[in-house]
Design a protein around this ligand. Structure first.
Ligand code: FMN
Length: 308
């Protein structure tokens, strides 16, 4: 596993994750959109069956701030066989998430994070955390160092670090461009915590960045928006090869056959991420946009040479 598809609300639904998983196989591990623990506690069956296919390979990302609720959530997840990895969100800055003291806002309260993580680690499979490099506009090494020490002491080794600070009371979109990316501090963390598996996230999109990380022995990356813009970008950068895309895409669509919540428009939205940057992209998208059922979609993909 070299790549991780970052959790993204409104993108990493089970359609998109299934496409990425079929196309890249075990080279990419995918993460669900953030799911608040209360949704699992109060509506377990619907929440899980909406977000995960029967043959699920994705990790679940959860958010919570009440240790007792996290405990109940972990008890539930311990009974669900199709999920094998729980990731805890400590980086989301959105105002709604902030109001509920989740994500980035929770990290204002170190002791509460600690209590939450103590419950999280009762999960019987893999546990990881996704966090920011700092809180607020200014570099603060103490923030990330003290959290990495906490994760290490608690026994959470795998940490996905969005390599820019998160800023509360700044809208979510701006929080993906402000403040500047700070890979230097990420590299310092990697050196300081060699026993941990720290995975960089944040604009890891081009060869220069990949090569620069590789030269420092960082060989695993979490990527979000670039997968959503052009799911084949790893092939275009000649980092990965994908044979017979058509049959992989067909397999992915067939996998959705038994999916109770199938929504053809969401399926097409995910499919477009594979079509955005190819020749005749506009024409193909136009054809697909008028298709309204999976059978016709399968026929169209089978007949048309979309990917050469
Ligand atoms: C539309 C959108 C939704 C996101 N939703 C989540 C989320 O649910 N959980 C999370 O941890 N991060 C979320 N993020 C942040 C991404 O996981 C990632 O950290 C961020 O986009 C930076 O990586 P990138 O530059 O590769 O996109 C979201 C980002 C975007 C663009």
């Amino acid at each position: 596993m070299n790549y991780y598809l970052a959790p993204m609300m409104g993108y990493t639904d089970c359609y998109f994750r299934s496409l990425i998983e079929n196309i890249y196989g075990n080279r990419v591990l995918t993460f669900s959109e953030m799911i608040v623990d209360k949704a699992i506690i109060h509506n377990e069956i619907k929440t899980i069956s909406k977000h995960f296919l029967e043959k699920n390979k994705s990790a679940i990302q959860i958010a919570g701030s009440d240790p007792q609720e996290i405990k109940r959530t972990i008890n539930i997840l311990n009974r669900i066989d199709i999920i094998k990895h729980v990731n805890f969100n400590l980086g989301c800055p959105s105002s709604r998430v902030q109001e509920n003291m989740l994500g980035l806002a929770l990290t204002q309260n170190y002791d509460l994070v600690k209590k939450c993580l103590f419950e999280l680690i009762n999960y019987k499979h893999e546990v990881s955390v996704k966090c920011r490099l700092g809180l607020g506009m200014n570099e603060d090494k103490n923030y990330i160092f003290s959290y990495l020490n906490l994760f290490k002491d608690i026994g959470i080794k795998k940490v996905f670090i969005h390599c820019r600070n998160g800023v509360l009371n700044l809208d979510t979109k701006k929080n993906r461009t402000i403040p500047q990316i700070n890979y230097e501090l990420f590299l310092e963390c990697s050196k300081k915590f060699p026993e941990m598996e720290l995975i960089p996230n944040g604009e890891v999109n081009d060869l220069e960045t990949f090569n620069s990380f590789k030269s420092k022995n960082i060989n695993k990356y979490m990527i979000g928006r670039q997968f959503a813009k052009d799911a084949l970008f790893l092939e275009k950068l000649k980092l990965e090869k994908i044979n017979d895309k058509t049959s992989l895409v067909l397999d992915s669509i067939k996998e959705l056959d038994n999916y109770k919540y199938l929504n053809i428009n969401l399926l097409k939205k995910s499919l477009f991420t594979l079509i955005n940057n190819i020749s005749n992209s506009k024409g193909i998208k136009k054809d697909i946009s008028i298709i309204d059922n999976t059978k016709d979609l399968l026929n169209y993909i089978e007949r048309k040479i979309i990917w050469t």
